[in-house]
Design a protein around this ligand. Structure first.
Ligand SMILES: C[S@@+](CC[C@H](N)C(=O)[O-])C[C@H]1O[C@@H](n2cnc3c(N)ncnc32)[C@H](O)[C@@H]1O
Ligand SMILES: Nc1nc2[nH]cc(C(=O)O)c2c(=O)[nH]1
Ligand code: SF4
Ligand SMILES: [Mg+2]
Length: 215
């Protein structure tokens, strides 16, 4: 199967439990909650998205004809950046990666020795044939949540109509609040900080790559 990829790059994971960890990012093109066009943003089911995931024009973006071709490119980015002292780590994101990510690609990444993480909006069930090593789910107020278990739940906060309490009983190891970036970022950061102080099961996820000015 072919894969449409916006960009691939080597950086540090900036969010959540694996924050600070070197990773290759594979950003899949397209999402089921927003077209990615600015003129559609206001009526999108996910209107606050901070990411350009349209098309295939980013660095190492393109149409990859096979799982092996994409996995080889991601491995080349890892070896160009990393020495052999740590566990290779790849973050599949987007866009919505679970619209394209499949078992052959995960198998090809595992053959290189990668630990495979995914960042998903949780609107599509994760098929049982996907051998993912780390699942981060980020629920969206305008969309159904179909992935109710995983490693971390990372809620962009605040979202009108979404109370963090409604997720607290789900089967995740960690619960994170991430201040919604945009014009109200400072106010959202204060709200998230206050919430984490009052509700200690929630941890504060700052998008450290933005603080650092890296990708
Ligand atoms: C761009 S999304 C791609 C993966 C997937 N579509 C998802 O939503 O989880 C990556 C992460 O960025 C978060 N995110 C998107 N827009 C954001 C914003 N304005 N402020 C903070 N986090 C944001 C998402 O909730 C998600 O956790
Ligand atoms: N450094 C860095 N960390 C990230 N964690 C999640 C990201 C994403 O866009 O999914 C992201 C990203 O875009 N950059
Ligand atoms: S679901 Fe993820 S990629 Fe899609 S619009 Fe929302 S934040 Fe962006
Ligand atoms: Mg991002």
């Amino acid at each position: 199967m072919a894969y449409w990829i916006k960009e691939c790059f080597y950086s540090l994971q900036g969010e959540g439990a694996q924050s600070g960890r070197a990773a290759v990012f594979c950003r899949f093109s397209g999402c089921n909650l927003w077209s990615g066009r600015e003129q559609d943003r206001a009526r999108a089911r996910c209107p606050f998205c901070d990411t350009d995931f349209r098309g295939t024009d980013g660095s190492d973006g393109g149409r990859y004809a096979s799982a092996a071709a994409l996995a080889d490119r991601l491995w080349a980015l890892w070896t160009a950046g990393a020495d052999t002292s740590g566990q290779p780590y790849v973050v599949c994101t987007g866009g919505e990666p679970l619209l394209q990510l499949d078992a052959p690609l995960i198998d090809a990444l595992h053959r290189h020795g990668f630990t495979v993480a995914v960042e998903t909006n949780g609107t599509r069930p994760i098929r049982s044939d996907l051998q993912l090593d780390w699942i981060c789910v980020s629920p969206k107020a305008g969309a159904p949540l179909r992935v109710t278990a995983g490693d971390e739940l990372k809620l962009v906060y605040p979202q009108a109509g979404l109370d963090p309490t409604s997720f607290a009983a789900l089967d995740f190891r960690q619960f994170w609040l991430q201040p919604c970036d945009g014009p109200q970022h400072a106010a959202h950061t204060q709200l998230a900080l206050d919430y984490c102080l009052a509700h200690p099961r929630w941890r504060l996820s700052l998008q450290t790559h933005k603080l650092l000015g890296i990708r």
